[in-house]
Write a protein that binds this ligand. Structure first.
Ligand code: 1CP
Length: 343
């Protein structure tokens, strides 16, 4: 059976591109909210394989997306590293902020395999329930994005503590980057071995890294992650998503061995199609808020993307996560528009 998602990621251009949406399992779906309400603690929800698989498959059943992304969270890595991660309703994630790299225990990274075993179990179960023409995505936060939460202790707009560490605390910052990179590698290997067909690295806050430090903080860790995966026999393709780095995408594509790159909605898609290397599959770019508006403007924005990438391998997606306010009919409209094109 062909899998158009995996074919596209290996470089084959499809007349009708594969589609999935970041945060496709989420609060805009009433059936998600129902399962979510049955498990008040978010971490316990992520670590319940039956429930995680149920919500992972909901958007596939409803919209026939070409890929499922396992329901989990990037903050499970700091949780497994004993950073006391909890999700406070109405506030978001809270962690015990790291004051020094010595706050981490040497064997914290060894805990990944044991403490995150339920994610592996969910992937295996999900793969067994998902049809073979759909891909299953496993994921992790990229080290920088994880570090922002570990140092700030919460979500942040400008990440002042993490950026100060970068400038002031050379040795400690590099040690932290190294430890979190190791943990990320272990988490991705666990997921690949459990049944993920594709791995994605979310660097959601890459935009906050000064361009001066991009190589050290954004590119090098991703390069080490993928090279280590390959050295350890992991063959699954990797999609990187360095959100908000603009022209830095050129160096990202050049210096990291990613198979695909996620484009946020700030990137000019025509520029990306022309300037990013041909062997890299492009993914994303539609502003998630266009799905709230729906109608002709959304349709025009979708056409604009499809036309710009017409000559390249491309996975249709948003520039960031779908928002809870999105009306379901607009997601059906999006699918009809893309899949209605001749294949
Ligand atoms: O109760 C809820 O429903 C809370 C909302 C929610 C959801 C649906 C959170 C809390 N996490 C998730 C699941 C999730 N998170 C998925 C799987 C679902 C899917 O994509 O279909 C994925 C891929 C993530 C990844 C994630 N978590 C990222 C990277 C992607 C991005 O959006 O930039 C980040 C930054 C997080 C952290 C996170 N998780 C949740 C919250 C509230 C936050 C903080 C976000 C912030 O700091 O602004």
């Amino acid at each position: 059976m062909t899998n158009i998602f995996l074919d596209t990621l290996s470089g084959t251009r499809k007349q009708t591109p594969p589609v999935w949406l970041m945060r496709q399992a989420g609060r805009y779906l009433p059936e998600y909210r129902q399962v979510r309400a049955s498990e008040p603690d978010f971490i316990s929800f992520c670590l319940n394989p039956e429930k995680a698989v149920e919500v992972t498959l909901q958007p596939i059943d409803k919209f026939n997306f070409d890929a499922a992304i396992i329901f989990s969270d990037i903050l499970l890595v700091p949780w497994a590293m004993n950073r006391n991660v909890r999700f406070i309703p109405g506030q978001g994630p809270v962690l015990n902020p790291l004051n020094s790299v010595d706050d981490l225990n040497e064997n914290d990274t060894d805990q990944i395999k044991n403490r995150l075993a339920p994610v592996a179990e969910a992937l295996t179960l999900c793969r067994s329930r998902l049809s073979n023409d759909k891909a299953l995505i496993g994921f992790s936060g990229a080290p920088w994005t994880i570090i922002t939460y570990m140092l700030e202790g919460q979500s942040s707009r400008d990440f002042p503590t993490a950026r100060k560490w970068m400038w002031d605390n050379d040795r400690q910052f590099d040690m932290l980057l190294d430890i979190v990179t190791t943990a990320t590698i272990e988490f991705l290997i666990l997921q690949a071995q459990a049944g993920a067909d594709v791995l994605m690295l979310f660097d959601s806050w890459a935009s906050a890294v000064p361009a001066h430090f991009r190589q050290r903080v954004v590119f090098k860790p991703v390069q080490r992650i993928i090279e280590t995966l390959r050295g350890r026999g992991i063959v699954q393709p990797v999609i990187g998503f360095p959100k908000g780095i603009g022209e830095g995408l050129l160096a990202y594509c050049d210096q990291t061995p990613v198979d695909g790159v996620g484009l946020d909605h700030g990137v000019d898609i025509a520029w990306a199609a022309k300037n990013l290397p041909d062997h890299i599959t492009l993914q994303g770019n539609l502003d998630p808020l266009s799905l709230i508006a729906g109608g002709p403007l959304m349709h025009r924005a979708i056409d604009h993307i499809l036309e710009a990438v017409a000559d390249r391998s491309h996975i249709f997606n948003l520039g960031h996560g779908i928002t809870p306010e999105t009306p379901e009919p607009h997601v059906h409209d999006l699918m009809a528009q893309i899949q209605g094109r001749a294949s």
